[in-house]
Design a binder for this molecule. Structure first.
Ligand SMILES: Cc1cc2nc3c(=O)[nH]c(=O)nc-3n(C[C@H](O)[C@H](O)[C@H](O)COP(=O)(O)OP(=O)(O)OC[C@H]3O[C@@H](n4cnc5c(N)ncnc54)[C@H](O)[C@@H]3O)c2cc1C
Ligand code: FES
Ligand code: FES
Length: 1327
């Protein structure tokens, strides 16, 4: 019997292969990429292609070979060159995405040993990485290309490449060397198993049936068999790629007891080219459709393939490679999802579907709007099967285009898609027929039939355009409350797309000498979509030549675990094999935002197979709360009034305060059983008032947490009296989901003796987890041991909530006496754990006409959610960073944390810094606009300049290195020349605009809560001379272990290979501070140094007495002389403390400086934007490891791109987070990284305060991506200026495609005016 899980390749987990990772379960991240090989009988060849294992039903792999990352190489035998190169190129940080990246590249090389950069770009388009910023991955993989000169191959054909045009120079000081890497030798690759080849060559055996306990999958062998099954089981869906059915079953919980797999039916694979076009078998994948279209476009005359070119345009951006390899054309059509792209194009092309049933034989159905009867529904009868799709050639005077706009240019569902085709009377511009279809503007495909009809017979010209837009506006109906929201934007896209089509056709008609009006030259760039390119960089390493090559400090050493991460051997918490008797816990969460719990009824769940117990507040043996300083948060919402004391005035005891709050937990024998049972727990609520979610509403209700904070310098009132101008405005900044690739979880193992408990947990702060678990269980910390080997990314998100999850899981373990595992699914992780705070900054600023800011009074509001958690500290950091690099003599910042009925917001890389800085940069930007000055000039006028400066909280610092970063950055970026070039570009392009922006940065390092500024380590030397280092930091990709090894090696003077770090363990190093605040390496590094120095002092006599001895001999000698070879190291960090009453620091240990300049291009008609180039100069002091530091800068920057431009969280009016997975929530993918991405470390930088004069670098770079936001704003302003609109306009962050488009006001946006607030129910709210 197979359970639901067993029907999928996630079976690999069960056979203990750990390389295939779970990142989302819905095909949206690529962490689970594996290679499938199949024998193709038709063409007598073996096909290799990538798939997402999470969606690949294992039963559909009969006769196929699956290669996982373990199959291609290992540290125990031999690495595969792909594994070696991604590791050596520093392309693996936390490593959770790495096996997926490796498998995508490996599969590409299996098919094409000499790929182009475009091949690599395409192959990796479906793999997300949250850590690296992608550049080092590309750097490692591009070594497989035949590009001896290191060119990025981004130059347009005939145009100059990056090296020719001088933007890159060869330099031999690269971060990694290609010497000594393994050559690619395809003859060493695994062969396709001969037995499968023999099996494949034979006639396929009969139909196969796989029976699970709840699921059955039948795999018919031929069409007759398939039709019979469809007649017998009309309700059973046909499944092929499983990319629609799979996510519905796994993520949305839809249950199909029986599915029929049609992938083995050869009749449905047939591709037939005929005189009218091509007939594509329904189960042909989108990849094979793309290949066929590419071949046709290559080999046939252009006129016949116009439709195919349009299809290709869509296919290039549709999903990622893995999904295209699995998804079928039939599945895409029949899923009847208007966000899917193919239907609008295929309908415009007048395609026909051939369908068949056993009873009625074959019939043809035209693919048009009538095919679809509702969302997910078609006119196909339940017993019918789709055989093929006929896609005709284009006719001689026919023109076709396809359009799509998504949240992210690639690997994202479209918001609106369109297919348009026009046929002209030969040699004229008279429309004979017109087809326009839209997806994404209704529950099904929309044909704008009336519009098309009215335009037939008309001449293709301006009058037609005007009428078409008016008609489209009338015909495309979208209610103001339409599902999916973005109503004005979607309406605007319909006319904007048509305008693009109009221009494209006009251009082509002119090329054919038809007498049509001339398209102005400056319109031409609007016709081309953005070209996706790959990032190209030659970073330099900055190690002094004088330094010994034996000394690892300062060298770009590879991440210590990179090889293990690249081979899939690196263990994360969920890779630990199941312990005997292990159970699984699944959280039951509130579905109401503010309600009294009347009753919790788990009886049905408890009666289900495998369910062991149900937990709620009453089961907690100790305290049902987690404390942070004095702020409590319940673990479980309390069930009965008065049941355990919770000293909180934020919660009444039986009340839930947000959707996603944990109410209880089901413990069962397996994941699947626990998950199913959790859905059966019945909770009765009584809704309570008030309930509100937004900052605006919280202000109305005066709902704020205490204390409120204020910082002030100067005399505001006086200053406002004397300034030339006063400006009042505001900026809203949306929140951000951590989207670490590894979701939160742990394993709690009761030891059975003295109440001892061990936890293997994904925590950034193991000591805090230990403490919370102890309080929850009512046992001492000395009985609880937390082990953290590594985390698959954390970014601040694995400090607080993981402690609650640990406490709940530990409670389950204690109650049942058995080990319990908790692994949050991606959707639950996003729902429960929350992320970065949304902020609203309201400001009043007084400035003089020359741009000098004399006074700024800023009130920051953050949305803290339902409990205070870390929100106060985050608000404090925002206030402490509000001056950035500017000396504003009169500055006041007030910070209010709003209490709303949302999950509690928490720490996220930057910890309020990116928000605090952003508001100030907005002030600078707007003042520049008002003064009519370039923003960079206003920034320069206001910068701190004296050697000794004081922040607005009286902390002394020198801005020298910030100013150096700024000057170098503008210089290296060629800012002034490019500004001119941009102005030129903008004058010559009406619908595409460019913008450039630069910002400086001053970022505080260390905890402003002074006691956290400490670090501890333990270093043991064993008799054989090997060294074991333990420290209190956690390795989450930031390279803390690598740097600790470098430091230990530097002091002990033994090679890094003799030193080992196993894990972070509360039993080895107690009371450790969280790895956060960019302070981890500073604290841990100093502590490791201290411990090693102690040991060296003890060894010194032996070294002096026996100078010729080896290390091992000294150690042995010391041991024999009874010298302790174990030492603890401690770092008592600096005293930092804020006196909030008197606005007086010091708040930070020191400052990290930087500057960044970015250029973007926007498409004014769609709101799409392309990041063109970024230059960063960063002061990291004397870098301990330039490769790791550059990795942190790039990764942080790219995370910032997400924060400020594409990552958008949407909440329903009921406070439910709707963006709960990679399908709805888009983090930056490869296509978002600027193709020119230059990171420079400031030369000759010093920092007397930190280890070896380095600087903390984890958090600061996020904010630098605000340059992209401001560059977008500049570009939008250029568009607006041309239309005589003001430069001053609101733009909230993130600057999404929707916001960009709507800010570029024009005749099309005017046709979609915003409805008046209060006259409709919006689909989502800005919280
Ligand atoms: C992460 C991700 C990203 C995606 N991005 C995009 C995107 O950007 N653009 C886009 O257009 N799509 C996108 N998709 C959707 C994807 O293209 C479709 O899910 C896919 O084409 C469906 O094909 P399938 O073979 O996987 O269908 P399945 O899931 O196997 O089946 C889907 C439906 O089609 C029916 N069906 C399939 N074949 C037949 C047949 N021969 N006869 C009768 N019924 C049949 C099934 O009964 C079922 O209802 C994405 C999907 C994922 C998971
Ligand atoms: S886990 Fe399979 S794609 Fe994310
Ligand atoms: S290294 Fe890619 S997700 Fe962490």
């Amino acid at each position: 019997m197979l359970s639901q899980n067993h029907l999928h390749v996630s079976l690999l987990y069960i056979v203990l292969l750990t390389g295939t990772k779970y990142g989302c379960g819905g095909g949206g991240c690529g962490a689970c990429t594996v290679m499938v090989s199949k024998y193709d009988q038709l063409n007598n060849r073996v096909l290799h292609y990538t798939v997402n294992a999470c969606l690949q039903p294992i039963c559909t792999l009969h006769g196929a070979a699956v290669v996982t990352v373990e199959g291609i190489g290992s540290t125990k035998t031999k690495l595969h060159p792909v594994q070696e190169r991604i590791a050596k190129a520093h392309g693996s940080q936390c490593g959770f995405c790495t096996p997926g990246m490796v498998m995508s590249m490996y599969t590409l090389l299996r098919n094409k040993p000499h790929p182009t950069m475009e091949d690599i770009r395409e192959a990796l388009g479906g793999n997300l990485c949250r850590c690296t910023g992608y550049r080092p991955i590309i750097d490692g993989f591009k070594t497989f290309c035949d590009v001896s000169n290191g060119c990025c191959q981004n130059g347009e054909s005939g145009g100059k490449c990056c090296i020719e045009n001088g933007t890159k120079q060869h330099n031999d000081k690269e971060l990694f060397h290609m010497d000594n890497v393994l050559p690619l030798d395809p003859s060493q690759d695994l062969i396709f198993p001969p037995e499968l080849m023999i099996m494949g060559k034979k006639r396929a055996c009969g139909s196969l049936c796989f029976q699970g306990d709840r699921l059955k999958l039948i795999s018919p062998v031929d069409l007759t068999n398939l039709l019979e099954l469809k007649t017998e089981y009309p309700e059973a869906p046909v499944v092929v790629g499983n990319t629609t059915i799979g996510p519905n079953m796994q993520v949305k919980g839809v249950h199909h007891p029986l599915t029929i797999y049609a992938g083995r039916v050869s009749d449905l694979h047939t591709v037939t080219w005929g005189k009218d076009g091509v007939s594509m078998g329904a189960v042909c994948t989108l990849s094979s459709l793309k290949e066929e279209m590419e071949r046709a476009v290559r080999e046939m005359e252009a006129e016949r393939t116009r439709g195919y070119q349009a299809l290709l345009q869509t296919l290039r951006c549709l999903a990622g490679k893995q999904i295209r390899n699995m998804a079928t054309i039939g599945g895409n059509i029949l899923s009847a999802n208007p966000k899917y792209d193919l239907n609008s194009v295929l309908a415009a092309l007048d395609c026909t579907l051939q369908v068949m049933s056993k009873e009625n034989g074959t019939r043809a159905i035209t693919l048009n709007e009538e095919l679809f009867t509702g969302f997910g529904k078609t006119v196909l009868r339940p017993d019918e099967v789709l055989l093929s799709i006929d896609i005709p050639y284009s006719k001689p005077w026919e023109f076709v285009s396809a359009f799509r706009q998504a949240q992210r240019r690639e690997f994202a569902f479209s918001i609106v898609n369109a297919g348009m085709k026009v046929l002209f009377r030969e040699g004229t511009n008279i429309v004979e027929s017109l087809n326009i279809y839209y997806g994404g503007v209704g529950p099904t495909l929309v044909k704008v039939g009336r519009t098309c009809q009215k335009l037939v017979g008309r001449s293709w010209g301006e009058e037609l355009l005007a009428d078409a837009c008016r008609l489209l506006e009338e015909e495309v109906e979208l209610s103001d409350s339409a599902h999916g929201g973005k109503v004005e934007y979607r309406k605007t896209l319909t006319t904007s797309f048509f305008f693009k089509f109009y221009m494209q056709v006009l251009q082509e008609l002119r090329e054919r000498d038809v007498n049509v009006c001339l398209l102005p030259l400056e319109y031409l760039s609007a016709l081309k979509p953005f070209k996706n390119e790959v990032v190209c960089l030659f970073p330099l390493q900055l190690v002094s030549n004088a330094q010994s090559s034996q000394d690892p400090v300062g060298h770009p050493m590879m991440h210590q675990a990179a090889f293990h991460q690249a081979t899939g051997e690196a263990q994360y918490y969920d890779d630990i094999p199941a312990v005997q008797g292990e159970l699984f816990v699944y959280m039951v969460t509130s579905t109401r935002a503010h309600a009294k719990i009347i009753n919790i009824d788990p009886s049905e769940a408890l009666g289900m197979t495998g369910v062991v117990t149900f937990l709620s507040a009453g089961d907690v043996p100790g305290q049902n709360r987690r404390m942070l300083f004095n702020n409590p948060e319940e673990l479980f919402a309390e069930e009965e009034v008065g049941y355990r004391t919770v000293p909180s005035h934020y919660h009444s005891r039986s009340v839930v305060s947000c959707v996603g709050q944990i109410i209880g937990a089901v413990v069962a024998e397996s994941r699947e059983q626990a998950r199913r049972a959790a859905q059966m727990v019945k909770v009765t609520y009584q809704d309570l008032l008030p309930v509100f979610f937004t900052i605006e509403e919280a202000i109305q209700h005066q709902s704020f947490f205490d204390p409120k904070r204020k910082l002030e310098r100067g005399d505001m009132d006086k200053a406002f009296e004397t300034v030339d101008q006063i400006l009042e405005d505001e900026i809203y900044l949306g929140g951000q989901e951590h989207f670490y690739m590894e979701t939160q979880g742990l394993i709690a193992v009761p030891k059975g003796e003295n109440g001892e408990l061990e936890l293997f947990v994904a925590s950034q702060h193991s000591a805090y987890t230990q403490e919370v678990v102890g309080i929850t269980l009512g046992i001492d910390s000395n009985k609880i041991t937390c082990h953290v080997r590594r985390l698959g990314g954390a970014f601040g998100g694995k400090v607080m909530k993981i402690a609650s999850l640990s406490a709940i899981t530990a409670t389950a373990a204690v109650k049942t006496g058995r080990p319990v595992r908790c692994v949050l699914e991606r959707g639950d992780d996003m729902l429960i754990t929350s992320g970065r705070h949304p902020f609203l900054g309201k400001y009043k600023v007084g400035y003089n006409n020359d741009g000098t800011i004399m006074a700024a009074d800023i009130t920051y509001y953050s949305n803290g959610g339902c409990t205070l958690n870390e929100s106060l500290a985050i608000m404090e950091k925002a206030l402490l960073h509000m001056d950035n690099g500017y000396k504003i003599p009169n500055l006041r910042g007030r910070g209010l944390v709003c209490k709303t009925y949302l999950p509690s917001y928490t720490a996220f890389r930057g910890f309020g810094g990116p928000q605090g800085l952003m508001v100030m940069e907005s002030v600078l930007h707007e003042v520049a606009v008002k003064c009519g000055l370039p923003p960079q000039k206003v920034r320069e006028i206001n910068m701190y300049r004296e050697e000794e400066c004081y922040t607005h909280y009286k902390q002394l610092f020198s801005p020298r290195d910030m100013l150096r970063c700024w000057d170098e950055c503008l210089d290296k970026a060629g800012y002034h020349d490019r500004l001119q070039a941009i102005q030129q570009f903008n004058t010559s392009n009406r619908w595409k605009k460019r913008g450039i922006s630069a910002v400086p940065m001053k970022f505080g390092v260390g905890f402003s809560k002074g006691f956290f500024n400490q670090g501890a380590a333990l270093v043991n030397i064993y008799k054989d001379g090997s060294v074991l280092v333990a420290h209190g930091g956690t390795e989450m990709g930031q390279g803390i272990n690598t740097k600790a090894l470098q430091i230990a090696s530097h002091i002990l003077k033994v090679p890094m290979s003799s030193i080992h770090i196993k894990e972070t363990c509360t039993g080895n190093v107690p009371n450790a501070a969280p790895s956060a605040a960019s302070f981890g390496t500073d604290a841990v590094g100093m502590a490791v140094k201290d411990a090693c120095e102690k040991l060296m002092r003890r060894l010194k006599p032996f070294m002096e007495n026996h100078p010729k001895y080896t290390w091992q001999q000294w150690i042995f000698e010391a041991y024999c002389q009874k010298v302790s070879l174990s030492a603890t190291g401690f770092f008592m960090g600096p005293h930092t403390d804020m006196d909030w009453e008197n606005s007086e620091g010091p708040a930070y240990y020191y400052f990290t400086f930087g500057a960044c300049c970015s250029e973007v291009e926007i498409d004014c008609l769609t709101g799409d934007h392309k990041n063109l180039r970024t230059d960063i100069v960063m002061d990291v002091g004397r870098s301990l490891n330039p490769a790791i530091d550059i990795g942190q800068i790039e990764g942080g920057f790219v995370q910032g791109i997400g924060l400020y431009t594409i990552e958008e969280l949407q909440f329903s009016l009921e406070g439910v987070l709707m963006t709960r997975g990679p399908s709805q929530y888009k983090i930056p993918a490869l296509c978002d990284v600027p193709p020119q991405f230059n990171v420079h470390l400031l030369a000759n930088a010093q920092n007397p305060h930190a280890i070896y004069r380095s600087k903390g670098i984890g958090e600061p770079p996020v904010f630098l991506a605000s340059t992209i936001f401001f560059a977008i704003k500049e570009a939008v302003a250029a568009a607006r200026r041309e239309r005589g609109l003001g430069d001053s306009f609101p733009l909230s962050s993130p600057a999404t495609a929707e916001r960009i488009r709507m800010a570029c006001e024009d005749q099309f946006t005017e046709m979609a005016p915003s409805p008046e607030k209060g006259t409709f129910k919006p689909w989502s709210i800005n919280i």
